[in-house]
Design a protein. Sequence first.
Length: 308
Amino acid sequence: MEKLVSFESLQSHYNNKRIFITGHTGFKGAWLTACLHLMGAKLKGYALAPEYRNGLYDLLQPLNIIDSVLADIRDRDRLQKELDSFRPDYIFHLAAQPLVRRSYEIPAETFDVNVTGTANLLQSVHSLSNKCTVVVITTDKVYENREQDVLYKEDDALGGFDPYSASKACAELVVSSFRSSFFNPAQYTSHQKKLASARAGNVIGGGDWSRDRIIPDIVRALTQGKDIDVRNPASVRPWQHVLEPLAGYLVLGMLMDTDSRYATAYNFGPLPNDHLTVKDLVERAIKTWSSGRWIDTQMQSSRMKPDC
């Protein structure tokens, strides 16, 4: 999907639209709330309370720009009630357990939130009487990892080694199933629902204080005068600022509204020339901070292993 769209075009399109955001208390959800508020949208959010204080959601609260419902995406009855009362024109589904390392600590809950939560939302959408366009946000980690230096295409095999990645791949299957079974683009006139998924990862930007994410970890270490622990310095990542994928999600929603053929799955990421290793990103952060150093914890842990 290569389409240049101006902010003014998005603003004109989303102005006065009723938009339901799940996960609005999180990093990307709060940024999406701010963007849509600037575009003049009428907003309702559905999410758990934020996990950390002084994030973007807390900073936005005094502005009272969104009707905020603090509830669990797994509570299908509550979710249905909130959707029925709001009758959204658009839904952006970001509510999730989004952390890879935490998924090893709570694997069953990760699948429950990311898979059952998505199914709950789409079943509720199926029950809506009004027309609605839905964008489900997953991740670029939904693909079967072939350990090759290639870029994945949307029709590559889904997979996932860790519970988080696997749960998001399962969420993609849920989206595909609902689109085929209930929201088939060829039968839009009967159901009046459009459904797509958006796959993006390695998103960075202000207001993110989650643990086990590279930029928050860097800032925490530097402000405390500690070394930055780096687990995989040579790994190459498609880093992107949060406003980049969010713009993509909004363009996708707008295009779907005009043409049902856009109701499918999409990757969102930077051009290959913009990819950086973890080491490069950390060293740029240290240079910007003007102090600090990093240590390779992967190398340290390998040194501690006994010889075999």
